[in-house]
Design a protein around this ligand. Structure first.
Ligand code: ZN
Length: 394
């Protein structure tokens, strides 16, 4: 059977798996059930998946937010006949929270299908990609490739990258890696670095009757946030690497969490401000951290992402192979993406020296209510991944 027929033959199974995966809320700390579904699917292809807990004490890891027991990565190998180039398919199983759930028009954990789209948290980012790469591996399992294909679904892509970092320390180094993030069939050629900062703004609590004599931490956080936004404007006005030179605003300093107070008649003692910083591909992270601390002038704890950016050359053989597969399916040239977020591709590119890119389905409302993925694009992605792997590992 040719790969196109094999992908078509497996499509209903893929769709059912995607529904099942979206219905399992694999938020931070709750990844096991979804990983077991992936392992079961790999077994049904005839592979022998391993589930193993992440060791965060490896190169490229970020300061952890929590422990790793019972939150495994899943890895498996489709053995080649010998001699060809090897490839890793990587996808993350974790999803961000769906709160506020009442702001959704669809059940965030319902995997509802409407107008060719599936809605749900993680439907696009990136359970559809995980299903696409599993479908590609199923189609390739009878293709008799010479090179090995490795599959890994990892935890914590959304906060530390420590799942992918732990794979680099444990799994064999392959000749390339593909990650089906939902980037609308464009190939990732660069991504920013990302840092997470947790700021504590102190106040002095009191009963509201004497609030005029207390220090309100929530209000004290306002000038701190203004200083963050001023630094962000300054950074975005500076010279940039060529990948982001023409971008309107590549380096977002996002105030993602703001927490203070517990009672309308109490003055808050403390305000927590959590910030995500995006930085250029070649930024020195220590310098960025020192500059940020000097600007905000309150205590900063660095936990979660400590992620370097990178930029790739379009002349990489991996892009040639991916471009040909894309052209076979879409009859069009590959488009390019310089991403103002981070992905697990850095674990390969920055920390292992392995060419890696993201290429995946069409989706929208990532990290927002009514996240969706275009189902036909998931099927097309499956075929592109299968064709690319078949040529790479031939
Ligand atoms: Zn993602």
């Amino acid at each position: 059977m040719d790969l196109r027929s094999a992908v078509d033959a497996g499509w209903n199974r893929q769709l059912a798996l995607l529904k099942e995966l979206v219905r399992v809320p694999s938020t931070l700390g709750n990844e096991l059930a979804a990983q077991e579904l992936v392992a079961e699917e790999l077994r049904s292809i005839g592979l022998q998946p391993q589930l193993w807990d992440v060791n965060p004490d490896v190169p490229g890891a970020s300061p952890p937010l929590m422990g790793y027991a019972g939150r495994p990565n899943v890895t498996a190998r489709l053995a080649g006949l010998g001699g060809g180039r090897s490839l890793t398919f990587n996808g993350h199983i974790d999803v961000v929270p769906a709160t506020l759930e009442h702001r959704w028009s669809y059940d965030p954990w319902g995997a509802e299908i409407d107008g060719g789209r599936m809605y749900g948290r993680g439907a696009a980012d990136m359970k559809a990609g995980v299903v696409a790469m599993l479908g590609a591996v199923r189609a390739l399992s009878e293709a008799g490739l010479r090179g090995d294909v490795f599959v890994e679904t990892v935890v914590e892509e959304e906060c530390t990258g420590n799942g992918a970092a732990a794979c680099r320390a444990r799994c064999p180094r392959t000749d390339a890696a593909l990650i089906p993030e939902p980037f609308n069939h464009a190939a990732l050629e660069a991504q920013v670095g990302v840092l997470w900062a947790r700021l504590t703004v102190h106040g002095k609590a009191a009963h509201a009757e004497r609030a005029d004599q207390a220090i309100n931490a929530a209000l004290a956080a306002m000038p701190v946030i203004e200083r963050i936004k001023a630094l962000e404007a300054e950074v975005n006005a500076e010279p940039r690497s060529r990948w982001f030179a023409d971008h309107a605003h590549p380096f977002n300093y996002n105030v993602g969490v703001l927490q203070a107070g517990d009672w309308a008649s109490s003055v808050p003692e403390e305000c927590i401000v959590e910030v995500r910083l995006g930085v250029d591909v070649d930024a020195d992270l220590d310098e960025v951290m020192s500059r940020f601390e000097a600007a905000v002038r309150v205590p900063v704890e660095w936990r979660g992402f400590r992620a370097h950016g990178f930029g790739l050359e379009r002349s990489l053989p991996l892009f040639d192979v991916l471009g040909r597969a894309h052209a076979l399916v879409h009859d069009d040239e590959l488009e390019w993406l310089a991403f103002t977020g981070t992905t697990d591709a850095r674990a390969f590119v920055v920390h292992e020296g392995v060419p890696a890119t993201c290429y995946g389905p069409i989706g929208g409302n990532l990290h927002a209510p009514d996240e969706w993925v275009d189902l036909e694009s998931v099927r097309a992605t499956t075929l592109v991944l299968a064709l690319a792997a078949a040529e790479w590992c031939a």
